[in-house]
Design a protein around this ligand. Structure first.
Ligand SMILES: Cc1cc2nc3c(=O)[nH]c(=O)nc-3n(C[C@H](O)[C@H](O)[C@H](O)COP(=O)(O)O)c2cc1C
Ligand code: SF4
Ligand code: SF4
Length: 255
């Protein structure tokens, strides 16, 4: 079994690492491959994809990676989607994706983690974020037990509104909410280039030591949340908002 993951701010990496460790599986970070634009073939019968939910679906870059990658040695695919609240009707799209690849769809598991979409919402404060992660552990363990037994994840109940609206809401994310020109950098920027490194889309370049954003953003929140100077803003909404990263909440390192 191989566990392949994508993450913006660390939640999905935590879930993927825990899943791989407890199923004795190899862990593969998709970000370097996405950044390089070259999907590597995966030679294993059982694949587990772990990723955040973006507007009730898998991130488009993960879908594209799966579409393009040579998975001819694979037979079955499970999905684990981390989310702040709900994955909408993502299961249907995941099923269609696996069928297109000739794989057996083994289900989609949902793990509720702290909200990271700070361009739109407040992230939970540290104590609340830790509480959310602690609450998710038994859910993760159930999914891990299914994986070890080679069983399908239980079906997800989808509300009618989610069933009807997922196909509309998801495209709206790219068209209405993601605007390269809304990113801005403050004078505190030290030109370290960490935002450039973090960006899975190669959408940031340093010009005269300051970042500039292109139009290929997927709003993963990595640049804005990992900037050591908190110097990146998205419009005015993030000026007063706390940044969120999984590492930043110190889960498991509580005194
Ligand atoms: C662009 C974007 C869209 C999101 N859409 C949803 C959503 O539709 N439903 C939800 O419950 N959470 C949504 N979230 C929250 C994330 O899915 C959630 O916090 C996830 O655990 C972040 O994972 P990561 O830290 O691995 O990037 C969204 C976050 C971002 C950045
Ligand atoms: S990570 Fe922050 S401090 Fe570093 S270059 Fe980017 S904006 Fe500047
Ligand atoms: S520009 Fe920032 S938010 Fe957009 S994809 Fe790159 S790292 Fe993520």
């Amino acid at each position: 079994m191989k566990v392949l993951y994508f993450t913006g701010t660390g939640n999905s990496r935590f879930v993927a690492e825990r899943t791989a460790k407890n199923t004795n599986s190899e862990l593969i970070d998709l970000k370097p491959q996405i950044k390089a634009g070259i999907p590597q073939p995966v030679d294993d019968e059982d694949l587990v994809f772990v990723a955040p939910t973006y507007a009730w679906k898998l991130p488009s870059v993960v879908t594209e990676w799966i579409e393009k990658a040579d998975l001819s040695g694979a037979k079955r695919a499970w999905f684990i989607m981390t989310c702040g609240d709900s994955i909408g009707n993502a299961c249907q799209y995941n099923r269609e994706l696996t069928l297109k690849k000739g794989l057996e769809y083994m289900g989609t598991g949902i793990i509720v983690m702290p909200e990271n979409y700070i361009a739109m919402f407040d992230a939970p404060v540290t104590a609340e974020a830790r509480r959310i992660v602690t609450k998710s552990i038994p859910d993760m363990d159930k999914l891990i037990a299914d994986l070890k037994a080679g069983e399908k994840f239980p079906p997800v109940r989808v509300k009618l509104a989610q069933f009807l609206l997922t196909g509309l809401i998801n495209p709206a994310l790219g068209k209405l909410f993601i605007r390269g020109e809304a990113f801005d950098v403050e004078d505190d920027c030290i030109g370290c280039g960490k935002c450039v490194e973090r960006c899975p889309m190669n959408n940031i370049s340093l010009v005269d030591g300051k970042p500039e954003w292109g139009n290929g953003c997927i709003h993963c929140m990595a640049c804005i949340c990992y900037c050591p100077q908190k110097a990146i803003q998205y419009g005015t909404a993030t000026k007063t908002r706390e940044r969120y990263t999984f590492e930043g909440i110190g889960y498991g390192k509580e005194k």
